[in-house]
Design a protein around this ligand. Sequence first.
Ligand SMILES: [Zn+2]
Length: 487
Amino acid sequence: MENQLHIYNTLSGEKEVFKPIVEKHVGMYVCGPTVYSDVHLGNCRTFISFDMIYRYLLHSGYKVRYVRNITDAGHLENDADEGEDKIAQKARLEKLEPMEIVQKYTVGFREVMRLFNTLPPSIEPTATGHIIEQIEITKNILEKGLAYVSNGSVYFDVEKFNVNGDYGMLSGRKTDELISGTRDLDGQSEKRNPLDFALWKKASPSHIMHWPSPWSIGFPGWHLECTAMSTKYLGDQFDIHGGGMDLKFPHHECEIAQGKSATGKAPVNYWLHANMLTLNGKKMSKSTGNTLLPEELFSGNNNLLSKAFHPMVVRFFMMQAHYRSILDFSSEALVASEKGFIKLMTALADLNAIKPAASSSENADSMIGSFYEAMNDDFNTPVLIANMFEAVTYINKIKDGNATISAPDLDKLRSALHAFVFDVLGLREAKEGNDSKLEAVMQVILEIRKKARDEKDWATSDLLRDRLSEAGIQIKDSKEGVTYTVQ
Ligand SMILES: [Zn+2]
């Protein structure tokens, strides 16, 4: 395709032509989960958004090294470098080893990512696996005079960095405003300035996750791990760094400051941020009960939902919003997406039965071109989906005998739709594998249900539907007949 990929860069606040450092290669780093609890839906959206971006870069012919870390140490309860390590705290509460907590929630996270059909990253490094690298960067920044040791901890000196640096450039914040906003925080006596952040923290006697270092027995600061792992695998400068909007400040701001101090270069060319999601128009919050876990979506086991939704319907729903827009979850919106998803999948299946004609009544090339145009415009998936529905309308017209398509156009349209639906949007059929035994059993059950309905035996028909729903199988009646989806 002629038109070039444009990416919205948080750093410039503008859409820029994407130009990788090394032609045809992309280095991409995304801040991964802190594995101390079940992954929440907002985080899932971030990882699904970057999965779509990864997939489109692959589809566009780039060789991509995609690094997404696992934070298994160093993430404290608050951003002021105070409080307990999130994982150590959970380990204490659940009376488990910290690494048992890490293992449990890493396995859970990967399972949810698998259900959402995300591709595994090329490298999934852990913070605890890169303690040496983090100590080396801390030494380096100390040598440059941009950090100081205080009571066994090492802090990054923001004021000194700002003599030549530009802390606040990503989030658009002014350093003096930031200082006045944080001056009142308690427990910062070790720091010269409230904005300074920990590169290394001395462990208190109760802190169970600690390592030896030149300064104290302690642990690395959270921001440091991403600098250590991104530069180790992608180089001092790389193309794309992504994460949730909430990480822009202070996490990513600190990464830029650390990278520049250590290497003298800005570490990242394109900063990308995925927006958050709301539930029924409000911020998700455990305390108000306005919250939803991925498992609850898949089982329907939450009062805010009218039914269960297949992970692919949820993924399709997410793709109907731009990754930089706030996305509002609601049962009604998901039901609407489910209809759209089924319509799209049905049209794809119908394509296989279409007989080509001598010529096409519509322009397939411009339809396919519009798919690329949408994605090249900062990965605009809602526009891509709208454009694909133009093709769906065309397919349905052909099916009804109101339009024609030539054999070469049919081939092109089929392969483009397959590529964008399966490879780029990362959707798949809302059925698990092709279990022929299950299929046979389901046909028997559907036959019994049909018989019951023909005899107006609604009790039996409802019982079958409800029990199957409990087992994660949803029956759907439509004009075309009865179908089912398996979770
Ligand atoms: Zn990070």
